[in-house]
Ligand binder design. Structure first.
Ligand code: HEM
Length: 101
């Protein structure tokens, strides 16, 4: 809905596209069972897609599968409200994740 004139610059925010309510209903809720979430931009889009995304997906499957199998009672050691998220960084994440089991 915005006109971009020739010569004007834009700064696309890929991460905010993943929170687009018109594409992902209830977008701010973590739901790992979303049926139709294939159009996310976590790995980029088009010719600039992440070249390691298949390796990344397999690594995450192995890491989380192994972690929860070996430490089934793993849980947070601090209230969620006390965790410091990287709201100030280009790549989102968390500064520390205290856990216990
Ligand atoms: C969960 C893990 C990962 C995420 C979320 C991720 C995300 C991304 C994103 C967003 C881009 C930028 C796309 C753009 O230019 O707009 C990118 C590029 C790239 N990633 Fe990943 N990545 C992951 C894992 C990996 C792994 C495991 C490798 C290699 C072993 C890798 C190699 C690359 C390379 C080489 C590029 C540059 C591709 C290009 O510009 O042609 N990434 N990644």
């Amino acid at each position: 809905g915005t006109t971009i004139r020739a010569g004007e610059g834009i700064l696309p925010l890929n991460n905010s596209a993943n929170h687009d309510e018109s594409v992902f209903p209830d977008a701010d809720t973590l739901d790992i069972r979303r049926e139709d979430a294939r159009s996310h931009l976590a790995f980029g889009y088009g010719i600039h897609q992440c070249i390691g995304q298949n390796l990344g997906r397999i690594e995450l499957e192995i890491v989380y599968g192994t972690l929860f199998k070996r430490i089934p009672d793993l849980k947070l050691a601090a209230p969620l409200s006390e965790l410091k998220f990287k709201d100030d960084a280009m790549v989102y994440g968390i500064y520390e994740l205290p856990v216990t089991w």
